[in-house]
Ligand binder design. Structure first.
Ligand SMILES: Cc1ncc(C[n+]2csc(CCOP(=O)(O)OP(=O)(O)O)c2C)c(N)n1
Ligand SMILES: [Mg+2]
Length: 544
């Protein structure tokens, strides 16, 4: 049976299990669009390619299956590149398809032409172009396999226009398998030895490739052996935060007591994270400890730190292997103290101003404890990371790449994938206007999300660094904002402004009762720049 390339392509996506795909259309891939016309796959039309690729990343994080997005050539691919970079840094399976100029015009710098191999080379696991429609099944199968194998990550496939519209008679591919390494018997024996010798073990859990079963197995192992466990930067859902062994996030603005404990540990069991700049406080936390590093990508082991025991393993494979491993914990006091540090860290002194974000977080936790939480980048996120409690996996959608504009698109995906759960996106006033237009997408597809916009009238993170490095010399970081509540209402969403902590619970009720998407603008005192320090304290400290 003859099909055009676009139809073959969309059929292969269905064979691989894709059920939702994100896109901004382009004339460069009309045949692929046509393939969606009578496909069971849901095509979500976005308002910006950054959102389409961020949505694909969020889908990958939520389901463990590659998030798929379609963008057009030059302008679409450049705008969509941010989600590819995030998927690379965050180890998320993602596949971006890009319309490309027709093969008889290639290399002329035809309209919107880019060499995608050179453009995406450093931020993908694989970038290629499908030159023959009869090879689409092969390329798509490999794309799904590659995105999920070992350390997950993004794949980019370019689609020349004439290839997509050509007619071929070709068989469908078979569903892909997730290929992951298993820890060896020697690895596990050595791990047992190291644990038996340890006095102050500490685990750091994170990275990509987790599944609910892997998170559960890991928790069983950690609890049975009383091993205190921190979460890597923006991986706070890897372990139930209510577990007695959970001791907080080892991320930006780490609890100083926890940072000290990481340094004081004699055995660090790092399961999943790359041990990047954010999880090591700028490569400062790790040094003398005996290091066990478990990671699914061979190239990552030994890349920065020389582990005593590097273990090449997928998260499910490792968690299943250690689930029943038992040693005699001689460190229960150490573990209890670490948990105590965390409980203390979640109490706080109110910041300057009439609205206390931490109290609002506590109220939100009471009201929607099972929410999926999303955010982009900015200092507002430090309140979320410090005061929310993640209970199960996957419930945190946040870019470890630190990309602004992630929260709203990710929230739309969370609601599409898990419609039964409340979804709350956190954004700064800067962050929100990089993706706020996706409120239109939330309205179009009737995915009610709640967005909390922390408005402090500035690009606060940069202002904070400015005050640290060039105190008092404020330039380029002020923001004059629209009326965010009115902005929300223009989309048909619910919008309200909250200036005092006491107003928050009722505003929250009204937002949730609206039955539609809602934006609550939380007006923050600019002085409340972090949960620990005011802007003035940071400036004065720098001037000393
Ligand atoms: C796409 C992107 N552009 C720029 C930055 C640099 N950056 C990091 S945080 C930040 C400010 C965020 O401002 P806002 O969303 O208002 O949050 P606040 O820090 O004020 O709480 C900027 C510009 C980034 N991380 N990502
Ligand atoms: Mg701000």
């Amino acid at each position: 049976m003859s099909r055009h390339g676009g139809k073959v392509l969309v059929d292969q996506l269905a064979v691989q299990g894709a059920d939702i795909v994100f896109s901004v259309p382009g004339e460069s891939f009309l045949a692929a669009l046509d393939g969606f016309y009578d496909s069971p796959i849901r095509l979500i039309t976005c308002r910006h390619e950054a959102s389409a690729s961020n949505m694909a990343d969020a889908y990958g994080k939520l389901t463990g299956r590659p998030g798929v997005c379609f963008v057009t050539r030059g302008p679409g691919a450049t705008q969509g590149s941010v989600g590819v970079h995030t998927a690379f840094q965050d180890s998320t399976p993602l596949i971006m398809f890009i319309g490309q100029v027709a093969s008889n015009q290639e290399e002329r710098e035809a309209f919107q032409e880019i060499d995608f191999r050179r453009m995406f080379g450093p931020m993908t696991k694989w970038v290629a172009q499908i030159d023959r429609a009869d090879r689409i099944p092969e390329y798509v199968h490999r794309a799904f396999t590659t995105a999920c194998a070992g350390r997950p990550g993004p794949v980019v496939l370019a689609l020349p226009e004439d290839m997509l519209s050509s007619q071929v008679d070709v068989e469908d591919s078979a569903p892909y398998h997730v290929v992951q390494p298993h820890p060896s018997a020697q690895d596990l024996a050595r791990l047992r030895e190291l644990l038996e010798q340890a006095e102050r073990p500490l685990a750091i859990i994170g990275g990509g490739g987790w599944t609910p079963a892997a998170a559960e197995g890991m928790r069983a192992f950690l609890e049975a052996n009383e091993i205190p466990a921190g979460a890597a930067f923006r991986r706070q859902d890897a372990i139930d935060n209510d577990s007695r062994v959970y001791v907080g996030d080892v991320g930006v603005g780490v609890n100083p007591a926890l940072g000290q404990r990481v340094r004081d540990a004699d055995l660090l069991l790092v399961v999943g994270p790359r041990l990047g700049e954010m999880t090591t406080s700028g490569y400062k936390l790790i040094g003398g400890q005996t290091l066990v590093h478990v990671h699914p990508g061979a190239e990552e082991l030994g890349r920065v730190y020389r582990a005593e025991l590097p273990i090449l393993a997928g998260m499910e494979q490792f968690a299943a292997a250690v689930r029943d491993l038992r040693v005699e914990p001689t460190w229960v006091t150490w573990a209890r103290q670490a948990r105590n540090d965390f409980e203390l860290w979640q109490t706080h002194d109110p910041p300057p101003g009439t609205l206390d974000p931490a109290t609002c977080m506590a109220m939100l936790r009471e009201r929607v404890p099972d929410a999926i939480i999303t955010n982009g980048a900015g200092n507002f996120s430090t309140w979320v990371h410090r005061f929310w409690r993640w209970r199960d996996y996957p419930t945190q959608l946040a870019p470890t790449s630190g990309a602004m504009g992630y929260g709203v698109p990710a929230a739309v995906v969370a609601k599409l994938v898990a419609p039964e759960r409340p979804v709350v996106a956190f954004a700064g006033d800067g962050d929100f206007l990089m993706c706020g237009q996706e409120l239109a997408t939330a309205m179009q597809y009737e995915t009610p999300i709640l967005v909390l916009v922390f408005n402090n009238g500035m690009y606060g993170t940069i202002r904070m660094h400015q005050e640290r490095n060039y105190p008092g010399r404020v330039v380029g970081t002020e923001l004059h904002n629209p009326d965010f509540a009115a902005y929300a209402r223009a989309f048909g969403a619910f919008g309200e402004t909250v200036t005092h902590t006491e107003q928050f619970p009722d505003a929250l009720e009204r937002a949730l009762a609206s039955g539609t998407s809602a934006v609550l603008e939380l007006v923050l005192d600019p002085e409340a720049i972090t949960p620990r320090f005011t802007l003035t304290e940071i400036r004065e400290h720098a001037q000393r």
